[in-house]
Design a protein around this ligand. Sequence first.
Ligand code: GDP
Length: 425
Amino acid sequence: MRKCAIVGINWGDEGKGRMVDLLTEQFDVVIRYQGGGNAGHTVVNEYGKFALHLLPSGIFRKGVLNILGNGVALDLENLWTEIEQVRAQGVSLTPDNLRISDRASLLLPWHRALDGLEEARLKDKAYGSTKQGIAPFYSDKYQKKTLLAGELFDPEALRAHAAQLTEWKNLVLSGVYGAQKVTVEELMDWLTCYGEKLKPFICDTTKLLKQKEREGKRFLFEAQLGSLRDLDYGIVPYTTSSNPIAAYAPVGSGMPWAKIDEVIGVVKAYSTCVGEGPFVCEMFGEEAERLREAGAEYGAKTGRPRRVGPIDLVATRYGVEMQGATGIALTKLDVLSGMDEIPVCERYELDGEETDDFPFPTKLERCKPVLRTMPGWKTDISGIRTWEALPKEARDYVEMIEKAIGCPITYVSVGPERDAYIERK
Ligand code: GDP
């Protein structure tokens, strides 16, 4: 029986969605285990191009059961909008192929409002939040002050619980931020409107997963963002408010007993980072602009230009270790085609000394990249499907990364389309 997690090794946007879409063929169940609609997985396949925010990337495969686990931030409104958009592009989404955990906590409209209010209060010290309400949501979840999806089935008890929470939340909204109070009616209207649409998908997914396990099914755990955005192991406070690392997958999926046998870490052939925070290998000016354009590096959710840089071997090795990656999918190698030389961030310089170790978060601002260059290749590699057919310089580049991060690179992606990849056996 296979239990595999696909995770990001760096700052997110590594191309996880594309890899999950490809690999779902080998799995029966795909589970999103953390995060909310604050990131976007881009998938290109026979149905078209999609930016998935909350839906698992397995929804395009017939026969695959997709699950939103208890660890996700369940925004009913955004999820419903996403379901409708995906359906409009010809993809079938029914309780046969999508289920939502009754233990998932609800991201409520006031979480989004509070996210915006807090970022505004922080002004130039803002965290660069996508303002989807993720941080206020997870804070409330850990305070046990939000609703569970399963509560939608008992309207009377739901109203009583919603009234309690509204009274408490208004103290913060009006008292701390001077914002308008919310009424219980408003909250109940929202819950009823989207709850009725989504109730058919909500069930005890842990029971369902246990059943699937008994049937010998294969499970794929899908993460959002990457190791460096992990709340415990990332670049705090510029992280997300949940745990994208593979070790959290069993807990957030509804299979807390599960042992994961394979962790595929997705690494981009260069670095990108959205939002604020230290980004040691960042490039600026024309060189950066060229890379950004070549890789179409604009946020899937926000459209914000991503910060770019060469591959960062220090951060990548750290990410691989934190994830316990057993294999790597290296994406977007094609984007580097045409460069005379490819810069690589090999080490960091911290307070006058070079280091291979990823530093404590508060020291990152003082780090400088130690760069070297590798010879580039001039040919278009996007049509290549075998390792041997890649230019020698491209193979050397991949092998250099593999050696530096201490993990085999098993897939090399050379384009966004489903079949644009090379598998290394
Ligand atoms: P995710 O959140 O990790 O799934 O990553 P994003 O979807 O934010 O970013 C990855 C982007 O790169 C998407 O637009 C993909 O279609 C695209 N992409 C993925 N793999 C490749 C590749 O190998 N080459 C090229 N050119 N684009 C790719």
